[in-house]
Design a protein around this ligand. Structure first.
Ligand code: 6GU
Length: 340
């Protein structure tokens, strides 16, 4: 992959690019990074790239007649047109799905802003993919550009060496849950023991423990990650439970309820979402667990419609946490030894 960075502060990148992982990837030709100083596209004797905003107000605005020619010239440096990204707190918020999408491009052109931002016509003319790295304000797009480079390059085949390890990362894989707890030697340290199942050599049991741990951790730490999918049941004080055939469009969340299946919607609150939701149907009750497999893999629910949403009830948190880690001897939440 080729990455071009347009910035007023190319020096900010030097240290990062010449360190460890990135350095080796560049040396091995997995990625090439080219830095371009926007100031080189200034045409006046003061080499100005910004000016005061029309209409008044604080700060300076980066000039459209510096940025557009710069991007055009940089694009010409390679056959590949490139995916243009503008780093701005007003962009779509970066997540691992977006990182995966960016990693599919053969070339990225990253445009870093400073000051009060760019003249609006930069967006209109260049139609960049505007990306933010989170809901806070940085002094400029440079650190955000480094975040994007760092996250993207590790998905390029040949960067990590072990491609499986990136699939197992937090936010990755089909469910995008947090990663599970990890342990290494010693088996016991100051009375804290490694969960017995991890020492058992039973690969299936280990895999089950890890998946349970991922779901439970995500439920406790990042319930917001459990909202975006049918199989992911999420926080709230009201359960909607239906098993009538319905279209995707009727779903309170896009894609959450599918025709012929029973689904549960849990509205978000600050509370911890339940470990399971039981939906009372005219057929047998159906239990939903956060992170369980999508309905395609489950048989459709038999029985009629659920007429009364009140029938849906929350299953109280069961003792399955201590069950899972019973090897520790004591109840985990009492010892502060919880792996979640
Ligand atoms: Cl991409 N730029 C700036 N200046 N602030 C940010 C950001 C980007 N993402 C989050 N905050």
């Amino acid at each position: 992959m080729r990455i071009d960075v347009i910035t007023l502060f190319p020096e900010i990148f030097q240290g990062y690019l010449s360190e460890s992982m990135l350095k080796r990837a560049i040396q091995r030709g997995v990625v090439e990074v080219h830095l371009h100083n926007l100031r080189n596209w200034a045409t006046d004797k003061h080499r100005s790239v910004d000016d005061t905003p029309y209409g008044g107000g604080p700060g300076m605005v980066i000039r459209v007649d510096r940025v557009v020619p710069c991007v055009e010239d940089v694009r010409k440096l390679s056959e590949e047109w490139g995916h243009l990204i503008l780093l701005t707190p007003q962009g779509r918020r970066l997540n691992q799905a977006i990182v995966e999408e960016l990693a599919t491009h053969r070339r990225l052109v990253l445009l870093c802003g400073r000051y009060e931002g760019f003249d609006e016509r930069v967006r209109i003319i260049l139609q960049p993919d505007e990306i933010s790295i989170g809901d806070y304000v940085l002094n400029g797009g440079e650190v955000a550009a480094m975040v994007i480079i760092d996250a993207v390059v590790r998905l390029i085949p040949g960067f990590l060496g072990d491609e499986e390890s990136s699939r197992q990362d937090s936010f990755s894989g089909p469910d995008r849950l947090l990663d599970h707890a990890q342990y290494t030697r010693p088996r016991e340290y100051r009375g804290h023991r490694v969960p017995e199942v991890l020492l058992s050599g039973d690969h299936q049991a280990v895999a089950r423990w890890r998946q349970q741990n991922r779901v439970e951790r995500t439920r406790r730490r990042r319930a917001d990650l459990l909202v975006l999918g049918w199989q992911k049941v999420w926080a709230n004080d009201r359960v909607v439970c239906k098993n009538q055939p319905r279209s995707k469009d009727e779903s309170p969340l896009p894609g959450l309820l599918r025709g012929g299946h029973c689904g549960a919607v849990w509205e978000p609150t600050q509370e911890l979402p339940p470990a399971a939701i039981t939906c009372q149907t005219e057929g047998p009750p159906v239990e939903f667990h956060p992170g369980e497999q999508p309905p395609e893999d489950k048989p459709p629910v038999e029985g009629g419609s659920v007429n009364n949403p009140q029938h849906a009830e929350i299953t109280e948190e069961t003792g399955n946490e201590s069950e899972d880690h019973g090897a520790c001897g004591k109840a985990i939440h009492e010892t502060g030894d919880s792996p979640f």
